[in-house]
Ligand binder design. Sequence first.
Ligand SMILES: [Fe+2]
Ligand SMILES: [Fe+2]
Length: 147
Amino acid sequence: MLINKEDLPLVDKQSMNETHYEDIDLINSLNDLIEEFEENPSEELFVKLDEQYSKWFEHTIKHFSGEEQMMQEKKFPAFAVHKQEHDNVLNAMKNIQEDLRKTKSAAGVKNFVQNGLVRWLINHIQTMDTVTARFLEGKISLNQPVN
Ligand SMILES: [Fe+2]
Ligand SMILES: [Fe+2]
């Protein structure tokens, strides 16, 4: 297991926490497949790995666009900054997917998931998502500083 659910920072909006838990499940399953594939790099496991990556990627697109929609509806002042972080990660995920398919090696995905992504995710939830959830729940207003 790469991330423990207990280590996930919680935000003030429950639907966001639920999406983050789903994300953790998908990342942990992906990580298991990376380890399995590295031990036994069969075509069958490659297909499973590629499918799991796509599933996670699609979930992440929905996860981010869901937050963006809520921010836009409530006119969250830091929308652009938050969205930029999402876009950067989606770009990286797209590149990693291309690399996976081109090289048929899990090295790039492994490095991305185990070294950068988890740290990014925890940090993103502790900063952008935390402030966004507080705002969406009416706990901070437009006139107050955001932290
Ligand atoms: Fe999020
Ligand atoms: Fe976010």
